[in-house]
Design a protein around this ligand. Structure first.
Ligand code: NAD
Length: 289
């Protein structure tokens, strides 16, 4: 039997609606929640992410301050810009779209953001708070996946979750969130050094793919009835598509026949990332009122 499709778009709209209502309350008090979005260069994928974020902010009654920089911007200039945004009381959140041009040290830039405005949750202080279970901003994609898993109401406590990918923005923080006591899953983290990937994935009650490899997870790698969360967003060439590519996840769509629940690409995790960003901006703005 084909899997239930987890409608990330629908769940994200609920969160965005709540953010909109909270933004309206803040506006009545004279505060317009504002996110500064910094983009250096013209990477097409980054441009489309930034546009999506600005649109979502506007729809929720928040301000998106778009800051577009040339790819030739120097690290010193970027750090000076961040310092200005840190001191700007009208700006509640700062998001620097990654990847940055190669000559800029991403770690330095992320660390320069005031942790109180770190709505991406990438600052070492945010990461530390997350690991210690203290209040703070959670990174948007892992948080979005957690909200989706809670939404389908399957038991997470004790569930064996296999995470494919260990990046700082998805795999590692998500593995951490899932092992928190209030979630209580058991997590196996797989990565490029993992031998015999299928041996691990077949044990997963919940299989999360965040490898950035189109259709890496084949149907035979999925335990029948498992929950499959596909974080991957990969552009694969497609001459029949208007823009010459199509989006493809890390999970082969044929896995729908094996899984119990599955997220589509697009329309699964992607919309949740934006929704959780709005959630963090509201949190940041409310903390200042
Ligand atoms: P990354 O390249 O930083 O990390 C990929 C990870 O996958 C690495 O830890 C690597 O060890 C592991 N990996 C790669 N190939 C593997 C293999 N064959 N077997 C086992 N492990 C393997 O990528 P990322 O930034 O974590 O992103 C992963 C994917 O998620 C990408 O497709 C990205 O576009 C997508 N993404 C989507 C969203 C969203 O909002 N939906 C957000 C962030 C990232």
């Amino acid at each position: 039997m084909a899997a239930h499709i987890i409608d990330g778009k629908a769940v994200s709209l609920k969160i965005r609606e709540e953010a909109k209502q909270r933004a309206a309350v803040l506006r009545e008090k004279g505060t317009i929640p504002c996110l500064a979005v910094v983009l250096a260069g013209e990477d097409p994928a980054s441009l489309s992410y930034v546009k999506g974020k600005s649109k979502a902010l506007a729809e929720a009654g928040m301000e998106g301050r778009d800051i577009r920089l040339s790819a030739a911007v120097t690290e010193t200039e970027l750090l000076a810009l961040i310092a200005g945004l840190n001191n700007d009381e009208k700006v509640h959140g700062i998001l620097v779209q990654l990847p940055l041009p190669r000559h800029i040290d991403e770690n330095k830039v992320i660390t320069a953001i005031d942790p109180a405005k770190d709505v991406d949750g990438f600052h070492p202080v945010s990461v530390g708070n997350m690991i210690l279970g203290r209040p703070g901003f959670l990174p948007c994609t892992p948080h979005g996946v957690l909200v989706l898993l809670r939404e389908i109401k399957i038991p997470l406590s004790g569930a064996h979750t296999v995470m494919v990918g260990r990046s700082n923005i998805v795999g590692t923080p998500l593995a951490n969130l899932l092992t928190r006591r209030d979630v209580n899953a058991t997590v196996t983290v797989c990565h490029t050094g993992t031998k015999d990937l299928i041996r691990h994935t077949l044990q997963a009650d919940i299989l999360i793919a965040a490898a950035g490899k189109p259709a890496l997870i084949k149907p035979e790698m999925v335990k029948p009835g498992a929950v499959v969360i596909d974080v991957g967003v990969n552009r694969v060439p497609d001459n029949s598509a208007k823009n010459g590519y199509r989006l493809c996840g890390d999970v082969d769509p044929a896995a729908t026949e094996k899984a119990g629940y599955i997220t589509p690409v697009p329309g699964g995790v992607g919309p949740m990332t934006i929704a959780m960003l709005l959630y963090n901006v509201i949190q940041a703005a409310e903390a200042k009122v």
